[in-house]
Structure formats: structure tokens, C-alpha cells
Design a protein around this ligand. Sequence first.
Ligand SMILES: NC(=O)c1ccc[n+]([C@@H]2O[C@H](COP(=O)([O-])OP(=O)(O)OC[C@H]3O[C@@H](n4cnc5c(N)ncnc54)[C@H](OP(=O)(O)O)[C@@H]3O)[C@@H](O)[C@H]2O)c1
Length: 240
Amino acid sequence: MEQNKYALVTGSADRIGKSIAIQLAAMGYHVVVHYKNSRKKAEGLKKEIEGMGRKVHVMQFDFLQTNDFDRLFADLKAQQIILEVLVNSASDFVPSGFDDLGDTMLSKQIKSNFDGAYLLTKSFARIFGEGSIINILDTKVTKDRTGHLDYILSKKLLGEFTRISAVHLAPTIRVNAICPGLILPPEGKDEQYLLDLASGIPLQRIGSVEDIQRTVQFLVESSFVTGQFLYIDGGEHLAL
Ligand SMILES: NC(=O)c1ccc[n+]([C@@H]2O[C@H](COP(=O)([O-])OP(=O)(O)OC[C@H]3O[C@@H](n4cnc5c(N)ncnc54)[C@H](OP(=O)(O)O)[C@@H]3O)[C@@H](O)[C@H]2O)c1
């Protein structure tokens, strides 16, 4: 890795995104921490990563409001911040289903979970031109369940875009996906919620952010790997 290379992790103030940012810092990257609402947590992470001897740039944007990432990346470049890794982890996980009226939720979920990653990928390619992109999907992309209909449609779309961009952006940019399973409970649920669900998957346990961190390290370091989807899900994608 060249000196002064940065990794941008979207939605990295907390939870899985935070663990990915810390992993990339441990691998030697300086980090661009992105948040939407969690400013204090983003500032806390900045201190933590600076304590690891890396530089940190914090940025705020909401995919529902912001779409000019060419300008944003050009500003970074002007400050000598050269992105080598982009991890699209930010996402909005909202239940919705077939009986809901209209398409407002679909539009919001596509904007939060697909459009942001799509636009950032294209700007990353235009402004920086080389490196590695990881899209965080969900093991549920393999299923056709409707409990989070609009969320899962947005993740399936990001999965298709992962494949298309892996081909289009080669050989200078590699694009891969991680599909987590039961890692952290969603808002309003506790670990017992995940443990109950775990009885229905092959490995019968939940995973951890360390499982995701190891996978990020593998994908960033594996220069002959592109277009892969890695299911970090205890075999959930194989279960009915
Ligand atoms: N948790 C799991 O076990 C699990 C399982 C399967 C897949 N995943 C995937 O793994 C990734 C990380 O999961 P997580 O549970 O850590 O995520 P999360 O806590 O649900 O969300 C991550 C961050 O995304 C940001 N965000 C939400 N909407 C946004 C928008 N419109 N514009 C910009 N940022 C926005 C929020 O930032 P602020 O807090 O700053 O507002 C939020 O903290 C996600 O892509 C998720 O779909 C997670």
C-alpha cells in the first residue's frame, strides 16, 4: 500500500461500518469516516483511529439529499486524500411488504441502499481510477421473502451492480460483495432475537464483526479476486 492512501467507509460511525473502518486502519489505511446523523460517534471513531496512528477525515451526507460525489471526491483529492478503498456499508433497514400502498418506501430504500453506492462507485472510478470496492449486501439477497421487500430489492440491485461494475471497472478497480447474515441485532432488538433465529441456520450460531473484518482484509488484499460474493452467514444462504 502506498503512503497517504485512504479508505472511505460509508455509515462508519457505528456497528459494522465502524468495525470495517477500524480494520482498514489496522491494515495501514488512513480513513474517511462517513456518517448521516451519528456525528458524536463519528468524532469518537476519529479519535480512536488517530490513536492507531492513522489520519482521519470525517464527512457527513445523506443519500436522500446528496448526489454530487464527483465534486466531493475532487475536494478530497485537492486535500491530498487519495481513496484506494471504498466500502459501501451505509444502509437503511426498514420492514415493508406486499400489502403496503404506493412506492414511497421503495424510492427511499433504493436511494439509501443503492443510489448512494452506485453514484460513489462511478465517482470513485472517475476521480481516483484504481483500487478496490466492497459492497455490503445481505445474505437475504439469495431469498425471495417479502418481510423487508423494498430493502431486499435495493440490495439485490446493488448485487447486480457489483457484477456489472466488476467487469466494467477491471482491470484497475476490483469490485466484490460481502453478504452478512446474523451479525448484529437490528434497532429495537437484542441478541436473543438473533440467537433464536440462529437455530434455523446450518452453523446454529450468530457471527461477529470480527468475521466481517477478516473478510474485508481478505478482499482488499486479494488482488486476483473480483466479482465475488462472500456469504458471512453461518450457511444461512443454503437454508430454506
Ligand atoms: N447488522 C447485521 O447483522 C447485518 C446483516 C445483514 C446485512 N447487513 C448489512 O451490513 C451493513 C452494515 O450493517 P449495520 O447493521 O451496521 O448498519 P446500520 O447500523 O443499519 O446502518 C449503518 C449506517 O448507515 C447510515 N445510513 C442510513 N441511511 C443513510 C442514508 N440515507 N444516507 C447516508 N447514510 C445512511 C447510518 O448512519 P448514521 O448513524 O450516521 O445516521 C447508519 O448508522 C448494511 O449494509 C447492512 O444492510 C447487516
